[in-house]
Every structure is written in C-alpha cells, then in structure tokens.
Design a protein around this ligand. Structure first.
Ligand code: SAM
Length: 318
C-alpha cells in the first residue's frame, strides 16, 4: 500500500500519454503551444509500462490514461492491453474528447478497457465548434454512441462557461440521462493557458438545474473529486467543485507526464522524473522515486500561492 507524508492512501495514477491535442478548447489550450515536447522525449509505452508495473506492485489500483488527447497517440490499445493483462482487476479508464473514438473504441474494448470519460461541452454544433475551435460535434457523438454500444461505461464531462454553453446545462443533463450516461459538470479552473472570461461555479450550475428539477446532495463516496446529486427520479449527476477546495484531505492521486515527470499534486510545481530510472531498467530506483514523491505530496494544493504549478492541464492530464 502506498501512503503519503500526510497519511493518505494513494492508489490512483493518472498518466498523460501525450500533451498534444486535436482540439483547441478555450478553457485548456486555445492556441497551439509555441513548441511541443519532441517525440523522442516521450516515454514509450514499454517505458511507461515499466513504471505502471512498479506502481501496481506498490499499491496502485486505479489508472486513467489522459492527455492532451490520449487517442492521438498511436496504438493506445496496445498500452491498454499491456496494463489489463498485467492486472486484469485494475480499474482502468481513459479520458478523451471522443473525436477518434469511432475508429478506436472497439480495439480499446478488446484490449480490456471498461470505462471512458468523454468531454461534451455542447449539443449545438456551432457552440461545440466555438469551444473546441473545430467542427467536432457529429463525430464526437458518433464515437460516444459506438463506445456505448460496445459495452463501455460512459461518463460525460462538461465545463460550463458563462455566455457560451451555460444555457445548455439542463439540455446536456437530460440528453445524458436519456442515454444512460452520468454527466459531471466541472467548475472552470482558471489557468494562464486558457482564454475564458468566466466559468460557472457549483452554485450557479445548481441554480440552472433547480429551475427545472429537484435534487438532493448525496454523501461523498471515496476520494472522488465529484460531488454527486440525485434527481427525484433517481438519476445521478456530478459537479466537480475545485473552488470548494475540500478534496485535498483524502486525495489519492499522482500524475505521470508523457516525459516521465511524476507529479504529486495538480497545483504544486515540484515533481521528480522517473525517466532515467526507467530507461536504465532500475526498478528499485523507480520505486524509490515514487515513494519520495509521495513523501513530498503537499497536504493542501498550492492554488493561488507561489508554489502553484505553471504546468498546463493538457500537460498533466487535468
Ligand atoms: N483531451 C481529453 C479530454 O478532452 O477530455 C483529456 C484531457 S483534458 C485536459 C481532461 C479534462 O480536463 C477534461 O474533462 C477537460 O474538460 C478538463 N479541463 C481542461 N481544462 C480545464 C479547465 N480549465 N477547467 C476545468 N476543466 C478543465
């Protein structure tokens, strides 16, 4: 079992397999970055898998592949297969914008994937295009429907932005309810890479839903950052409320970037590289770096302080 310096059990590893993305979402990466990490600096799947094995052996039970856009990295199913063959009971999921799902969902399912979280910010083609800066909606919806038909469990993520998609909160909720998908609204997290005037906070999101539905707040389960709410008819939706800032106390996660940096907290600059240890196949050293990073995991995130991270969400995987 992995325990950090503040007695929290850490069992969740998020891996950003690439920082590159095929969308330019205004809240994340409105402009293509000045430079990308060169391909040769990325860890290969074999490298990442070496670290995955160390992590699982030490106590990681949940892994999420994210990015950038993870489906942009070729043969992601190969990596999924490596992980699910090594640990068939691992809770393995992917967070994706869904654009390439139509082409990849079947191979991912066959490789052992069970769950997908998919960004869907609007049901209006023009608004989806405005947010992602690309005409994406039809293809994304086809991908989600295909993945659902293949038996993958679907959760939808939506970031409500004032004056852009905030009048679609109820429509998105109803659409997801009709499809049997849970929706989670994410409070916009301010960051220097975004180009957004204002996102809606949890109170504003709830107000929109209250205009049509009664709902109750459910007790928080495990270490999920999502607060669940239940409509009177039983449908459960979530709101990820980083501004409420109360999920550090049982934070269970660490992040690995595509270059090999192990990051103890989204809002904390310090990170350590496992790259050399993995390249040299020094498993003991990789395990020792993992423990060192856990020892240094801050008790509380450093959002707003000078120790806050300058990394973009597309680099860390959000
Ligand atoms: N490309 C994938 C996608 O679109 O889901 C995975 C990477 S994306 C960085 C992971 C998650 O971070 C998405 O759910 C996205 O909505 C969320 N995200 C990115 N920037 C955000 C921001 N500024 N505030 C809140 N959520 C953000």
């Amino acid at each position: 079992m992995l325990i950090d310096g503040h007695n929290r059990v850490v069992n969740y590893l998020r891996i950003s397999v690439t920082e590159r993305c095929n969308f330019r979402c205004q809240y994340c990466m409105p402009e293509k970055p000045f430079s990308w990490v060169p391909h040769e600096n990325l860890l290969s799947y074999e490298d990442m898998f070496e670290f995955v094995k160390v992590s699982i052996d030490e106590g990681i039970t949940k892994i999420r592949l994210t990015g950038g856009e993870p489906l942009l990295r070729a043969n992601l199913d190969k990596f999924v297969h490596m992980i699910s063959s090594y640990a068939p009971n691992i809770d393995l999921a992917i967070t994706t914008n869904g654009y390439l799902l139509e082409e990849t969902a079947e191979a991912l399912r066959d490789a052992g994937l069970k769950r997908l979280n998919i960004s869907l910010d609007s049901l209006k083609p023009k608004i989806a295009q405005k947010i992602a800066q690309k005409d994406v909606l039809d293809k994304v919806l086809r991908g989600i429907v295909k993945a659902h038909k293949l038996g993958l469990k679907i959760k939808i993520n939506c970031v409500p932005l004032e004056g852009i998609n905030d009048n679609e909160i109820v429509d998105l909720l109803e659409f997801c309810k009709s499809q049997g998908w849970e929706i989670r609204f994410i409070e916009y997290m301010e960051n220097s890479f975004a180009n957004v005037k204002k996102g809606l906070n949890t109170t504003e999101i709830q107000e929109k839903i209250k205009q049509k539905y009664n709902f109750t707040k459910l007790p928080r389960v495990g270490s999920s950052p999502s607060q669940s709410y239940q409509l009177d008819d039983g449908y459960i939706f979530g709101i990820i409320e980083p501004h409420a800032d109360d999920f550090c106390s049982d934070c269970n996660r660490i992040r690995l970037t595509a270059e090999g940096f192990l990051i103890p907290c989204l809002y904390f600059e310090d990170a350590m590289s496992i790259r050399d240890a993995i390249k040299e196949k020094d498993i003991k050293q990789a395990a020792s770096i993992l423990k060192e990073v856990l020892k240094n995991k801050p008790e509380k995130n450093k959002w707003g302080s000078e120790d806050n991270s300058n990394r973009a969400f597309y680099e860390t995987g959000g």
